[in-house]
Write a protein that binds this ligand. Sequence first.
Ligand SMILES: [Cu+2]
Length: 532
Amino acid sequence: MTAGRRMLKPGRVALAAILAIIGVAVVSAAVLRARPPHLPATSSFAHELAVPPLATGRRHGSDVTFYLRLRQGMSDFGRGAMTRTWGINGNYLGPTLRAQRGDRVTIHVTNGLTESTTMHWHGMHLPARMDGGPHQPIAPGWTWSPTWTIRQPAATLWYHPHPDGHTADQVYRGLAGMFIIDDDQAARLALPHRYGVDDIPVIIQDKLFQSDGQLQRSPRGISNVGLLGDTILVNGTPWPYRTVTTRRIRLRLLNASNARVYNLGFSDNRDFALIGTDGGLLRAPVPLTRVQLAPGERAEIVVTMHPGEHLALHSYPPALGAGFLASRLAGGGDSFDVLQLRAADRLAHDRALPHRLVAVPALRPESATRTRAFELGEDEINGHHMDMSHIDQTVTLGATEIWNVTNHDGSPHTFHVHGVQFQILDQNGATPPPALRGWKDTVYIAPETGIRLIMQFTDYADPAWPYMFHCHILRHEDAGMMGQFLVLASGQRPAPAMSAMPPPPSGSEPGMTGMSEPDMPSAGRQPTGLDR
Ligand SMILES: [Cu+2]
C-alpha cells in the first residue's frame, strides 16, 4: 500500500460510514414508503352484503344458454361520490353462472366497453379455443359465443377477462363473477345449498380510492406485486355484514383480488370445516382455523353459528414465506376484517356435516410420462416473457405429467394452469397441508421454494389453440410471467398458423342482432346491491 493510499484510508472509512448511513436511511425510507395502504383492523360492518344474482339463462334439456354483457357503470362504495366501475349485466362484477355436470353451456359474451377484452372461465376443463385466454379477443361491440360440455365435478369456479397485458386493470375495474358447477354426487350430500341463504358467495377484493371517490388504478409507492388496496369489498360491498338464519353456513370464498393474499379465519378462532378447494369437494371435511387464499384461489368452508351472535370473518397476516421487505410490500403484515355474519336469534337446525364427501382419485406419480420444470422469476417463466406467437410446451393428449414449479425470485408468485385441475404431490419435498390436497388450478409459491404438481390432460386436443400457464398476481401476468402449451393428439403436429396471431374465433360477430339479454338484472338485484 502506498503512503498516499494509506493517508486516504481514514477518509475512505468515513466515506464508507456515510454511505452506510445513507444506505440505511434509503432502505428505511423505502420500507416506510413501501408500507401497504393502511387497512383498519376492525370494520364498522355498515352495509348489508350484496349477493350476485344467479344468471337465469335459458335451458332446453341439458342445453343452457347464458348472456353476459360487459359495460360501464357507476357504483356506490360509500366514498361520498359514485365510483366509475365496469360490470357484467350490471354496474360491478357479474351474475353467478350455474350449470350442472353434463350440461352443454353456450355463453354469449358481448363487449359493451370501448376496449378489447376476453372472457376466461377460470378452473374450467374445456377446449382451448373456448377458454377465453388472450387468443380469443372480443372487440368493442362484438359478441363471442363459446360453447362446451361440463365435464368435471361440482366446484366453485369463476370468470374474468384475460386480454394480453391488460388483465389487471379490467379485473380491478370490476369484471369478474362466480361460476358454480353442480353434480348429483354433491347434491346428495347434506351440505348447505340454498344460494344466498346458507350457501353464500364471498368474492373478496381490495381497492384503493382517489380523494374524488374514483378507483386508484395504479399502486401508491413501490410494490413487488402490484396494487394493494386499503378497502375490502365482498361481492362489491364495502364493510359488509350478512344476517344468517341457519346454524350451518357455507361460504364459497374466492380471492378475486389483483395481488393480495388473504389468510382467512374467524375473529374468535373457532374451527370451520374446509369442504372444497379450487376444483371441487374434498374427500372429507377438514377442521381448520385458517385458510389462505392467493389471487385466483377458492375454498368452500362451512362454519357453525350460535343464535344471536355476531361473528367476523377476518384476514390474518398471511404466511408469504418472503423476506421482511418483500413480505411487507406484499401486505404480509396486514390484519383486517372481511365480513360479519349476524346470526338470527333463532336458527334453523340443519343436518350435521357428512363425514365423507366425494371420491377424489389420487393421481399417481408412477403414471406420469413426463416431468417438466417451470422456473418463475423476473416477470418470466423459464427465462421467457409471454409471447403469443410462441408455444412454450407441447403436451400429449391423455398424458399424466408432473410439473415442477419453482420460484427463484424474492417476490411472491402463484401458478395457475388453464384447462385442467391438478393435484399437489409435495411442497418443498414435504406432504402438502390438508388445504392443498384436493383439486387445484392455482397455488401460491413462496420465494425460493418449489412445488410438484401432477395433472392429466384429457378430452381436448387442438393443434392451433393453446392454453396458458401463469402467475395469477395480475401485474406479474400482464408483465409477461405467462407461457402457452398445446395439447396434441398422438401423431398430431402443431398447426403452422400458430406462428402468427390466430384469426378471431368463429362465432364472434359484431352486434349479433336479435340477441336479447334476459339476464340483465332489470327486475332483479344489481350485483353490488349498492347501485342507485
Ligand atoms: Cu407472480
